[in-house]
Each structure stands twice: as C-alpha cells, then as structure tokens.
Design a protein around this ligand. Structure first.
Ligand code: G6P
Length: 614
C-alpha cells in the first residue's frame, strides 16, 4: 500500500507529482505529502486526508522546483496525521525520503539511533530509515547512494523508497524490495512511481526495478542500477508500455467502479481474445501449453489468493473439479504461508492476483516454489512482482482497475480460469468432445450476455433505493454460486459499510437463519440448475421467517418469482459459467447502495487496492 511518485528533469515537478499521486490514490488515501527541492532547500507540504487537500495546502505557497517526491499513505506505523505523513526529513534536514512498505526491525534501529543522539518527530518506521541513512553518510563520509545501500543491508522488511539530498540536487536514489517501483525514462528527465500510471502521458519507456535493486536516477546520465546486496551493476531492461491514458480515466462515468462494471463485456473479450477459438475447437494459451504436462500429471491444484481473487479461486475449484477432474484446494494466501503446508513437486499452485503485488500471495508463491511446486500466475498487472515470480502464467487483460472494490478483474479471472480448465480437461480427455465444444461456444457468448444484463441496471437501482438503509444483508448461493454469494457480500460491505455475509444456502440452517426477520434482506442467487429445487426450499425458509428476498433468477424461472419480493433476471447459460453473469447485478446493487449512502465508492475507508504489507 501507499503510492510513491518522483520527478527530476527540466519541467515543473509539482504538477507531475501531484497528478501522479491522484492516480495512485487507490493504493492508500489517508494522508499525503510532497517535498520539492529548489535552490538547495526543501519545500515540504504534508496533510492528513486526500491528495486534493494536500494540493490545496501546497498551492497556497511556492511550488516551483524541477525535483520533487510525493507520497499517498495507507497508515501502518502511526495514525494518519500531518506529522506521520511522508516525506520524512532526516534530523539535520539534509535528506527527504518516501517509503512504501514496512521496516520490520525499525524498533531496534530506532533505539540504536536514539543512543547516537537522534530524536524522532513521528511514529513511523520511515523516519528511522532516513535517519539511519543520514547517520551512515555522516559517520563514514559517504555519498547518498552508498549510504542508502549500506542502510538497506541493515533493514529487515519491505520497501520501495525514493531519497533526495539537498546537497546533491541532481539525483534521486531509489530502491526496491517487496514493494513495486518503476522508473520512466523521458528526454533528459526521469519519473518514478509505484506503477506507471503517473507518467503515462510523458513516456512509455520504463524499467521495473527487480527485487533488492537500487538505482541512481540522474538526468543527462543513463540509469545506474545495482544490486543492494552485492553492489554489482545490473543492465537496465527497458520495456515499452502498452497502456494508454484513456484506460485510466473515468470516461464519463461518475465513478471508476461503475465504469469498470460496464467494461466487463470488453474486459472478458480481451481476456479471451486469441485464446478461445470455438470454431477450431481450440484453447491456445502459451503458459498453459508450456506446462501442460505438469497440469495433466498434477495430483492436485492449490489455488492461493486474497479478497476477491480468492473468491475467483473458489469458483475455479468448482470448474476445475467438474471439467478437468483434478482435485483442487483453495487457500487464503495469508493462511497458507504461515502454516506448514504439505506441498510436493507434483502440485501445481495457481496464484491469483489483480495487482500482482499482494504481499501474502507473493510470500505463498515463494514458499510453494521452495518446495518444488510449479507456480502458475493469473495477474492483471503486466510485469508485476507475482507475474515475475511465477514459472508461467496467463494475464487477465482487464485493463487497469482503479476502483478499490474489484469488479472487472474478478470476472476476467474467472474467464481465464475457465479457459485453463477447458484446455486441461480436453487434454486429459476428462470431458466429452461434444460438451467441450458446447462449453467453448458458450464461453464465447458470455460477453454479449453481460451486455444484455447491464440493461437491468435501472431495475437494480430501484431495488437499491428500497434497501439502502438496511443494517445487514445475507447472500446465499449454492455450488458455483456460493462463491458469488461471498463476493456479493464482500462488495456490499467494502463500499457501503453495511454488514453483509455470504453463505452456502444450505448452511443457512446452521446459524444465519437465527438472524432472519422482517428487516433482513436476503439475496439468493438461484439460477435454474440441478440445485434449483433445493434453493427454492431455502427461499421458502427465509420467507417463512419474514425475510425480504431478492433473487437472481433465469428468465425461465417459475417458482422463485412467486416467492421473492424482487427478482433480477440473468441470461441463460451453462451452469459452470453462471458466476460470470450472476455477479453483475450484485456489483451494481453494492454500487448503487453505496452511492445512495454517500460513501466514497472508489476509495472506501480503511481499504487499499494493492496490499503490499502483510
Ligand atoms: C485488496 C483489494 C481487493 C483485492 C485484494 C487482493 O483487499 O481491496 O479488491 O481483491 O486486495 O488483491 P489482488 O491484487 O491480489 O487481487
């Protein structure tokens, strides 16, 4: 979490850095700050709250400078306030530093620095790091980059940092371990950021720093990258970005989340394009092809992820077991990494992550890799840490997802996982040829069906109006739609702050039924399938206790519409693909309720999109 931005060149740095911070606010938004270096002096502005508040503060003063570093924060050490905001200055005021990550041994380092005469203004781990660097510089008369390297070798934890020195105003020193950092190379200028969105309009040439690398960024000179541990020089690998500016703007929608919900027909098409070839009966995926033997011989597939990505994994469990007949286990990455999981070389681990930066998922992968498993990644962000840590993978081509609550990434993940399951199922001969072709055709038809379903938005808006003041919500589903119930509940609680729980419909009897009364809205995902009769009974049970039932049903439904207070119709599809459709009205329901309650839909309180701390 936290977003960092830096600029050094001949342009005015302030507008570049402040606009960059606004684009990175999805990473954290409880406080923000900027340090400008001009004529050998820092101008430092820090403010609790959003980047817009920092902007309002800073623009009352002098903001001229050709070098600036800025930070948008998601607090870990110390509450969000002006003092704890980054950048942090060293004791003498010579250095300024911004940091994304956690310095785990900060207490020990801080005590040692206090013994050496340092005092601290903030409660942050970051202020410890900047003073450690200053101490090393002074003690050993070293230039900034060397002191940074020595300091980082004493640090345990994760970081992406930018450090500037008012006595060396021609450079920024940056370093990365565990948190992302990308350098944009312009004409006689450099940009630094947590992801490339802050400088998209200026350059498409980027270098992603690898783990435990640092760089001296100096206009007029080529990039100097070194290994933090060995001080060995590393050749920069310059990549060309494919992203465009339009993809990170709201495009006329009131919120990114709504835009992203509406983008789903396109994002699924993009994720299937070239891979799904129903006419030829083919699924073509480079990463899967390369590792097809591993998949075929896998004794088990373990899926790891967090949040919404974990829900996509749960959907995949049903799909893989049904189609490919390989046992699947789905694990929260945070639990997996801290037990002593039994993993062998015959296991394939699929790691799912929109951002590709989630710390727990990354750590789970490293653990499984060390035990010999094959690691396959499903990431949305190209070049992200998880994408680079895996043996192979398949990107979801959902495009940048900015709303903190994940929507289009979820359906793109499910679509890509469906493709993989189909490819393996076919290769293993686990499904009938005719079924395989029917499934390919049907998956191909999903984007158009989502387009149709988005037409029910006005109806979902009306339903939202009726339930916006509810204090609790229950979501029920069975089989493929049990994870959809979890995801529907997560969406609502994330952005509207209404308490919501998702349950397998049959489990309702083992607890949640006690909560049902005339004030409890119950969303039941009830497409026509083999479990239809069972779910009709569950709806009856809710009704019998005066619960208020909202049902997601197929057009041909006859029974449930007689019982429910509201029904939202979804297009018909095969059972395995229902989650791709039933999720859509639940996303819209959460969105509209949150807007009506006056919540900040794109940046819900306490959350962040990219969770780079444990
Ligand atoms: C955060 C986000 C969620 C996301 C989860 C996992 O909690 O707010 O939307 O599902 O992290 O993130 P990942 O990038 O690994 O999918």
């Amino acid at each position: 979490m936290c977003g960092i931005v830096g600029y050094i060149g001949s342009k005015q740095a302030y507008p570049i850095v402040i606009n960059g911070l606004k684009r990175l606010e999805y990473r954290g938004y409880d406080s923000a700050g900027i340090a400008l270096l001009d004529a050998g002096a820092f101008k430092l502005y820090k403010r609790k709250g959003k980047v817009a508040e920092l902007d309002a503060l800073a623009t009352q003063s002098d903001i001229g400078a050709a070098l600036a570093i800025g930070h948008t924060r998601w607090a870990t050490h110390g509450i969000p306030n002006d003092v704890n905001s980054h950048p942090h200055l060293s004791q003498s005021g010579r250095l300024a530093l911004i940091h994304n990550g956690i310095i785990e041994n900060f207490s020990a380092l801080k005590e040692a620095l206090i013994d050496r005469g340092f005092s601290f203004k903030s409660e942050t781990d970051t202020e410890v790091l900047v003073n450690l660097i200053e101490d090393i510089m002074k003690e050993e008369s070293l230039p900034l980059d060397q002191a940074v390297r020595i300091a980082l070798n004493q640090v345990i934890g994760a970081y992406a940092i930018c450090v500037i020195d008012r006595e060396q105003p021609d450079r920024i020193v940056v370093a990365k371990k565990g948190s992302p950092l990308v350098i944009g190379i312009g004409e006689g200028e450099y940009f630094i950021a947590s992801d490339a969105t802050p400088f998209l309009e200026f350059t498409k040439n980027v270098v992603y720093l690898e783990e435990e690398e640092m760089a001296v960024v100096q206009p007029g000179r080529s990039l100097e990258i070194r290994s933090i541990a060995s001080n060995r020089m590393v050749d920069p690998y310059i990549q060309k970005l494919q992203m465009d500016l339009e993809s990170i703007e709201k495009g006329g929608y009131e919120h990114f989340m709504l835009k992203e919900i509406y983008e789903q027909p396109r994002s699924i098409r993009d994720s299937l394009r070239g891979r799904l070839q129903p006419d030829k009966g083919l699924v073509k995926m480079g990463g899967v092809n390369e590792y097809i033997e591993k998949f075929n011989k896998a004794e088990r597939i373990i899926i790891v992820g967090c949040g919404t990505s974990w829900h996509a994994g749960l959907v995949a469990e049903y799909i893989f077991e049904e189609l490919a007949r390989i046992p699947v286990e789905v694990e929260y990455a945070s639990e997996f990494r801290y037990r002593n999981p039994i993993i062998s070389e015959k296991d394939v681990v699929i790691a799912i992550s929109q951002s590709g930066e989630t710390a727990d998922t990354l750590a789970a992968i490293k653990l499984a890799k060390s035990k010999g498993a094959t690691i396959f990644g499903i990431c949305n962000v190209v070049g992200s840490s998880i994408a680079r840590e895996t043996h192979a993978g398949a990107y979801t081509h959902a495009g940048p997802e900015i709303g903190v609550a994940s929507t289009k990434a979820f359906t793109a993940q499910v679509a890509v996982l469906s493709l993989i399951a189909l490819r393996i199922a076919h290769d293993r001969g686990a499904i009938k040829e005719s079924d395989y072709h029917r499934l390919l055709q049907e998956l191909d038809a999903i984007p158009a069906k989502i387009e149709k379903m988005l037409e029910s938005d006005a109806q979902v808006l009306e339903i939202s109006r009726k339930f916006k003041d509810a204090q609790h919500f229950l979501y029920l589903g069975r089989s493929y739609n049990f994870p959809v119930a979890l995801e529907g509940a997560l969406k609502l609680k994330e952005i509207s702050y209404i308490h919501a729980e998702g349950y397998p419909a049959a489990e309702m009897k083992h607890g949640p039924i006690a909560l049902i009364d005339e004030n409890m809205p119950v969303v039941v995902i009830a497409p026509l399938n083999t479990h239809y009769e069972k779910i009709v009974s569950n709806v009856q049970e809710v009704k019998a206790r005066n619960g208020r039932v909202i049902c997601i049903v197929n057009k041909g439904d006859t029974e449930i519409r007689k019982l429910a207070e509201h029904v939202i119709e979804v297009e018909d599809t095969l059972d395995v693909f229902t989650p791709l459709l039933t999720t859509i009205p639940l996303q819209l329901l959460a969105y509209h309720i949150a807007v009506m309650r006056g919540c900040n839909v794109d940046q819900p309180r306490n959350l962040a999109k990219s969770v780079t701390v444990e």
